[in-house]
Design a binder for this molecule. Structure first.
Ligand SMILES: Cc1cc2nc3c(=O)[nH]c(=O)nc-3n(C[C@H](O)[C@H](O)[C@H](O)COP(=O)(O)O)c2cc1C
Length: 358
C-alpha cells in the first residue's frame, strides 16, 4: 500500500470514529441571529432555494465538500455521495486527487465517479503544495479524469505541519495558483480545510484569478485533532493538542472573504439548513458540508438522502420564517443581527456586511 493510500484510509477512519471536533471554538454562526418574521406575506411553497453557481442554475445551496476518494475503501463512500449529488442536483467536490497520480486503480475510481454523477457539478481537488510541483498538463489530466466543472486547490499549512509525513512547503504557492488559473479551462476555487481564510489571503487569491473561495473555517472538523490520533510520538501529539482549536471561525471567515469581494462558499462546521441560511445572510452563496456527510454515507444511502431532505426542509423553513422569498432576500439589516465576538471582530477588522438597507 502507498503511504498516501494508508493516510487516506486512516483519515477516514479517524473522522468516523474519533472526536475530531474543535473543543472550545465554534463556527460563531450562533452570533448571527435571523429575526423571526410573523408576517412573511407568502406561503411556504413560494420559497425559491435555487442559486447560480458556475454558470448553472442549481436547486439548493448545498455542496458535498471534498473528501477522500481514490482507494477502494474510500471510493465506496464517494460513490454513494456522488449518487446523492446527482439525485438532488447539488455540486460535489472530490477528495485530493494526488493519489490518482500514483495509482492506476485510484485513477480509475475517480473516473467512475463521473459515470455515477453524469450531470451534476463535480469539482476536482489538489493540494496547494502539490500544485506547486505539477505541470499544467498534469493539472489538466486531473480535471479531465472526472470531467470536472471546476478545480479546488486546498490550503492546509497547519495540517501539513502536523503530519509526521507532511509537507509544509508553502513557498511560491500564490504564483502556482495564478499559473493554474491562467492555463486550465475550468474555474479555480481555493478552499481551506478547517482554519478559515482571511480578507488579506482572499484578496491575494482574487488577484491570482480564482473564481471563488470556500472558507472552510474553524468550528467543525479539526485536522489538528485528526493528526493527534495519528501521531506516534509525544512531542507531535502535544503540538497537535496545542493547535487543536486553531483558525478563523467560519462566520468570521465568510465576512473576511466577502470583504475582499470574493464569491464565498461557507464551509467548516456547517451542519444544518439554518446554518446555511445564516451563512448566506452574511455573505456566502451556499453552504458546503464534509464530515456530517461522510458519517451518513457510512450508515448507507438512505441516510444521505434523509440528511439532504432535512437540509432542504430547514433551508425552506428558515427563508419562510424570515420573510425571504429567495435566498439572497435574507441579506438585509432588517432580518439579521450580528452580535458578541463576531460583531467585535467585524468592527475591529473593518469588514463589510452584505446588508441592503431594506
Ligand atoms: C474524511 C475527510 C477527508 C477529507 N479529505 C479532503 C481532501 O482530500 N481535500 C480537501 O480539500 N479537503 C478534505 N477534507 C476537508 C473538508 O473538505 C473540509 O474542509 C473540513 O472537513 C471542514 O468541513 P466540516 O467541518 O464540514 O467537516 C476532508 C474531510 C474529511 C472529513
Amino acid at each position: 500500500m502507498t503511504t498516501t493510500k494508508v493516510r487516506k484510509i486512516e483519515h477516514l477512519e479517524i473522522t468516523l470514529y474519533k472526536n475530531v471536533k474543535f473543543r472550545e471554538k465554534t463556527t460563531w454562526l450562533e452570533y448571527v441571529h435571523l429575526i423571526h418574521c410573523s408576517l412573511p406575506e407568502m406561503n411556504l411553497e413560494d420559497v425559491d432555494t435555487s442559486i447560480n453557481f458556475l454558470n448553472r442554475r442549481i436547486k439548493y445551496p448545498i455542496m458535498i465538500n471534498s473528501m477522500t476518494g481514490g482507494p477502494k475503501e474510500t471510493f465506496i463512500v464517494n460513490k454513494m455521495l456522488a449518487q446523492a449529488a446527482e439525485e438532488y442536483g447539488i455540486p460535489m467536490g472530490v477528495g485530493s486527487q494526488r493519489i490518482a497520480l500514483e495509482s492506476k486503480l485510484a485513477r480509475n475510481n475517480f473516473r467512475r465517479l463521473r459515470k455515477v454523477a453524469p450531470s451534476t457539478i463535480l469539482i476536482s481537488n489538489i493540494g496547494a503544495v502539490e500544485a506547486t510541483k505539477l505541470s499544467p498538463s498534469e493539472v489538466r489530466e486531473l480535471v479531465e479524469m472526472i470531467d470536472a466543472d471546476a478545480l479546488f486547490i486546498h490550503l492546509n499549512p497547519l495540517h501539513e505541519a502536523l503530519q509526521w509525513d507532511g509537507k509544509p512547503y508553502y513557498r511560491n504557492v500564490v504564483s502556482a495558483i495564478s499559473k493554474i488559473c491562467d492555463t486550465i479551462d475550468v474555474p479555480v476555487i481555493v478552499k481551506e480545510t478547517g482554519c478559515g481564510i482571511s480578507r488579506e489571503v482572499a484578496s491575494m487569491l482574487i488577484d491570482a484569478g480564482v473564481y471563488a473561495i470556500s472558507v472552510d473555517g474553524s468550528g467543525g472538523t479539526s485536522w489538528a485533532a485528526v493528526e493527534y490520533y495519528r501521531a506516534t510520538d509525544e512531542a507531535l501529539k502535544s503540538l497537535c493538542r496545542a493547535f487543536w482549536d486553531w483558525g478563523i471561525p467560519t462566520a468570521a471567515s465568510i465576512i473576511e472573504a466577502y470583504s475582499a469581494n470574493a464569491k464565498v462558499i461557507a464551509a467548516g462546521g456547517i451542519t444544518n439548513g439554518i446554518d446555511i441560511v445564516k451563512a448566506v445572510s452574511i455573505g456566502a452563496i451556499m453552504g458546503s458540508i464534509a464530515r456530517p456527510f461522510v458519517k451518513q454515507a457510512w450508515k448507507g444511502m438512505k441516510y444521505i438522502r434523509e440528511y439532504i431532505e432535512s437540509l432542504i426542509r430547514e433551508i425552506k423553513l428558515t427563508l419562510f420564517l424570515t420573510g425571504s422569498r429567495k435566498l439572497l432576500d435574507v441579506r438585509s439589516r432588517n432580518k439579521v443581527v450580528i452580535y458578541g465576538p463576531l460583531k467585535e471582530w467585524v468592527e475591529y477588522r473593518g469588514l463589510k456586511l452584505p446588508f441592503a438597507e431594506t
